[in-house]
Design a protein around this ligand. Structure first.
Ligand code: ARG
Length: 438
């Protein structure tokens, strides 16, 4: 069933009908489509384009469709081109000819642009709320665990840090993600309804009225842009991609830390899986899947950027391809945030193992150089002296703090008894700018 056909002699091929139909995926937009239509009809009545009783009949018809879809008595399926045709044809079947007036002064081009904006807004808000809960959980976990651990560069033990500071790095990353999402939400908050196909309408419509009814900040400035702008979808998926990259980096660390080689944490049973053959295995599947799904969200972004790159103004059917990537990216991202949030809740921190790893890595070598600098040695010379001490320690299988003062003094007469307190792992964190790590 179609909304058009008057100028065609022959029917569409079945193959083409299937190829053209977006109903299997754009049925997700039923709510936005119906509330958009209700606002449109109210506007038409306010502008005396429809009569009061016509408005009432159409609005009631639309509300009954919404109710039936939500109660499950009307399922969105059948041979309709898209969700817009499904709702309009259903309306006409329910209320008769007056339903045919719904599409006055509107095109499916501004209709679909509106539906997607409303859906994107709703999804962005849901996602921002989920990121907020993730942020809260990260902060909780960090503040409960100000324990020392090795910090890494090049994945080699580098300097002492705290688990708290490590986790708060992720807090900063996800906090930026939240701000990016809020910014995207603010930019997209404009109403494309009323642009019609591409050139507005001869009717005296009121775009400010629908803008207010639907909760937008303002109507879009330009009709051509209004119907063909998909920047906000690209921007959101791009924000999801950046945030998925952050989730993936965190997942990678959880995976590494839960290996026997690191053994810094234990991921709870609820987010681990076993092996069908190796009875001892405990696999970090949740973290691996988040890392894996990151590629999928990047794919959604590249797919839509590619779809849009060569399109002339204004609407082109290519744009129907915006939906599946956006639905997939937003659902995937949301699921990953929720899984990560819950996985962090049950995380067990192995403080003792982290401390032992600190002891083995010469993680106070930089501080030992700082000690010599405080005693008047130039940093580059101090760096050389400590380098030789590390080599000596490796031969003796000892840590710097395990050397006798006489041994240290073989390398520099500047070493005194206070060196041991200065390079103590915990006390290094109380000095200077390092206090931020606590
Ligand atoms: N299903 C279409 C889409 O998602 C709706 C808009 C159709 N417009 C048109 N001129 N055929 O883009």
């Amino acid at each position: 069933m179609k909304l058009w056909g008057g100028r065609f002699k022959q029917g569409e091929s079945k193959l083409m009908e299937d190829f053209n139909s977006s109903l299997p995926f754009d049925k997700k937009l039923y709510y936005q489509d119906i509330i958009g239509s209700i606002a449109h009809v109210k506007m038409l009545c306010k502008c005396s384009i429809l009569k009061d009783e016509e408005e009432k009949a159409i609005v009631n018809g639309l509300k009954s469709i919404l109710q039936d879809i939500e109660s499950g008595s009307l399922s969105i399926q059948g041979e309709y081109e898209d969700i817009h045709s499904f709702v309009e044809i259903n309306l006409i079947q329910r209320i008769g000819d007056v339903g045919k007036k719904l599409h006055t002064a509107r095109s499916r081009n501004d209709q679909v642009a509106l539906d997607m904006r409303l859906y994107a807004k709703h999804k962005a808000i849901e996602i921002i709320d989920a990121v907020d809960i993730l942020l809260k959980n990260i902060k909780n976990l960090a503040h409960k665990n100000p324990v020392i651990m090795p910090g890494y560069t090049h994945l080699q033990r580098a300097q002492v840090i705290t688990f708290k500071h490590h986790m708060m790095a992720y807090y900063s990353m996800f906090y930026r993600d939240k701000k990016r999402l809020e910014n995207a939400l603010c930019i997209l908050n404009e109403n494309p309804l009323g642009c019609c196909a591409l050139a507005g309408t001869t009717y005296e419509t009121d775009r400010n009225f629908t803008t207010e009814q639907l909760g937008f900040k303002k109507p879009v400035d330009n009709f051509l842009d209004g119907v063909s702008d998909r920047d906000y979808i690209i921007e959101l998926i791009s924000n999801f991609s950046i945030s998925m990259m952050h989730l993936s980096r965190l997942s990678e660390e959880l995976i590494l830390w839960s290996t026997k080689e690191f053994d810094f944490i234990e991921i709870s049973d609820s987010f681990s899986t076993g092996s069908s053959i190796m009875p001892q295995k405990r696999n970090p599947d949740a973290a691996e899947l988040i890392r894996g799904k990151c590629g999928r969200v990047y794919g959604d972004l590249i797919s839509l950027l590619t779809t849009m790159k060569g399109l002339p103004l204004a609407y082109n059917k290519d744009m129907q391809e915006d939906k599946e990537p956006f639905f997939d990216a937003s659902d995937t991202f949301l699921k990953c945030i929720i899984i990560m949030t819950q996985m962090l809740e049950g995380l067990k921190i192995k403080e003792h193992n982290m401390y032992n790893a600190v002891k083995k890595g010469f993680l106070n070598a930089t501080e030992a150089a700082d000690y010599l600098v405080n005693k008047g040695v130039a940093f580059r010379d101090a760096h050389g002296i400590i380098g030789s001490i590390v080599m000596y320690c490796e031969e003796k299988n000892k840590a710097i703090e395990e050397l006798y003062l006489e041994e240290l003094q073989e390398f520099s007469y500047k070493f005194q008894d206070d060196i041991y307190e200065f390079i103590d792992y915990k006390s290094t964190l109380k000095k200077g700018a390092k206090k931020n790590l606590l």
